[in-house]
Design a protein. Structure first.
Length: 115
């Protein structure tokens, strides 16, 4: 480890890479993307796909909308929160499975999918 640190300091890259990594982690934490992404993957990706495009077999059969589309993105956070909590159509609600904070983090993740 000391050799790697010495090499990085010698190449003047340690501070730059450390800063970039720290900034990325802080942005993800501040926006709730990390937690929202994990909950999305666990609860939503089977239908909506990992990128929210609905490109899974199940998503295509259910005709789910692309979560990055203007149609979805124009909905308010309250509307998206309500859909996730209560469900809509064939989509089940998650208010008994996710906390309010987790649902808000999933909404933040959906906002990050905007095209």
């Amino acid at each position: 480890m000391k050799t790697i640190l010495r090499h990085c300091f010698a190449k003047h890259c340690f501070a730059k890479h450390c800063f970039a990594l720290s900034a990325t982690v802080l942005i993800c934490l501040a926006h709730g993307w990390a937690d929202g992404a994990a909950d999305f993957k666990a609860r939503c990706a089977s239908c909506h796909g990992s990128k929210g495009t609905g490109d899974t077999k199940l998503g295509q059969n259910l005709h789910v909308r692309d979560l990055g589309s203007a149609d979805v993105q124009k909905q308010s956070d309250a509307e998206l929160t309500g859909i996730i909590a209560k469900g809509k159509g064939t989509m089940p609600g998650y208010e008994d499975k996710l906390s309010g904070d987790q649902i808000r983090d999933v909404v933040k993740f959906i906002r990050a999918l905007k095209k």
